[in-house]
Design a protein around this ligand. Structure first.
Ligand code: TK8
Length: 338
């Protein structure tokens, strides 16, 4: 009798426990690992935080983003592969590092494509920006929005670059992408493709002499500690892109997908404002950290521009003449619309 009662109590307890676990599983938030390459204290880190908070708010904490910076989940290229395989849910990184997966992304590497951020926003957020982003889907990635990395500028440790010939023989780290390799070879530098995650050490150990990135990154990655000269070149506008693993995305409900897309748009709006505000002050900050900054004379800037123009034909051939013309048309429209 006593034993039967005990067994009954045990059975009831187990059943209750089981129900409890089932319930706990139902409310267990979806965990989203969101990787990025820069430090937590950077424009990328701050916007990742905004994205995290927006997703928590909009999903009533049913979706939880874990933002992981400093390439702790891997370089851009490694994270892209993890997303394609379904081992990681989300990331933000450079469009330039995606060119090996989706060749059309190289269109954004065209030197001097945009004159200002307003043109970049209009084209990237417009139909042709979406079209290029949608090309990722057949490769297992879903692009949500473009963030601003920014206009890229040159730093090095050899000499102040005041004219084209000063580029000669500078060992320059570039992104792992043919347009960047060709661009800097054309200018006379010795272009060395490397992942961003290895860049600081490569500069510190003098494996390379220089690199090129927006002011914000030169600041947040502390490149001023290992680079003396900064030349204002603004040679290309670099976007970042927020990516989702398509394998994982396809398993989400429409509501969950909407939460992510809406939060991504909010993070984009925040990120662009924050980046621009920081970039406006960054040159002064970099000078105060000891960097020697110089601008190019209009004549020298023109010579660099002309040289770089020589690679346009190969970009057009690679991305397709149709897309090249469409982007040129969208830029002309953005320019005319001002
Ligand atoms: C960060 C990179 C970086 C890019 C580069 O992961 O590689 O130089 O500008 O922002 O995506």
């Amino acid at each position: 009798m006593k034993f039967r009662q005990l067994a009954l109590t045990a059975a009831i307890t187990l059943a209750t426990l089981g129900a409890g676990i089932a319930q706990a599983q139902d409310i267990k938030p979806r965990l989203i690992r969101f990787g990025y390459g820069l430090n937590e204290v950077s424009n990328q880190g701050r916007a990742a935080k905004v994205f995290t908070d927006e997703v928590a708010k909009a999903s009533g904490n049913k979706m939880k983003v874990r933002a992981i910076g400093a390439a702790a989940l891997g370089s851009d290229v490694q994270m892209q592969q993890a997303l394609i395989g379904g081992a990681q849910e989300m990331m933000v990184g450079s469009t330039a590092t995606l060119v090996g997966i989706t060749k059309e992304m190289a269109i954004w590497d065209t030197p001097f494509l945009f004159n200002n951020a307003k043109e970049a926003d209009a084209v990237l957020d417009g139909p042709v920006g979406q079209k290029v982003m949608d090309k990722l889907q057949e490769k297992g990635l879903v692009g949500l929005v473009y963030w601003e990395n920014g206009f890229r500028n040159l730093t090095n440790n050899k000499r102040a670059v005041t004219k084209l010939e000063d580029m000669d023989g500078i060992k320059l780290r570039v992104m792992q992408n043919n347009v960047f390799i060709d661009s800097f070879k054309t200018l006379g530098a010795n272009a060395v493709p490397l992942p961003f995650s290895e860049l600081f050490t490569a500069l510190e150990t003098k494996t390379v002499d220089g690199q090129e990135n927006p002011y914000n990154t030169i600041l947040s990655s502390k490149f001023y500690e290992v680079q003396k000269y900064l030349t204002v070149t603004n040679h290309v506008y670099s976007p970042w892109i927020v990516l989702v693993s398509k394998k994982w995305w396809d398993g989400l409900s429409k509501d969950e997908q909407k939460v992510l897309l809406d939060a991504a748009k909010k993070s984009r709006d925040f990120e662009r404002q924050d980046t621009r505000a920081e970039a406006d002050k960054a040159l002064a900050d970099l000078r105060s950290k000891g960097m020697q900054v110089n601008e190019l004379s209009p004549a020298e800037a023109g010579r660099m521009r002309d040289k770089l123009g020589a690679i346009n034909a190969s970009i057009a051939a690679n991305v397709g003449e149709g897309l090249w013309k469409e982007v040129q048309g969208a830029v002309a429209q953005a320019r005319g619309g001002k």
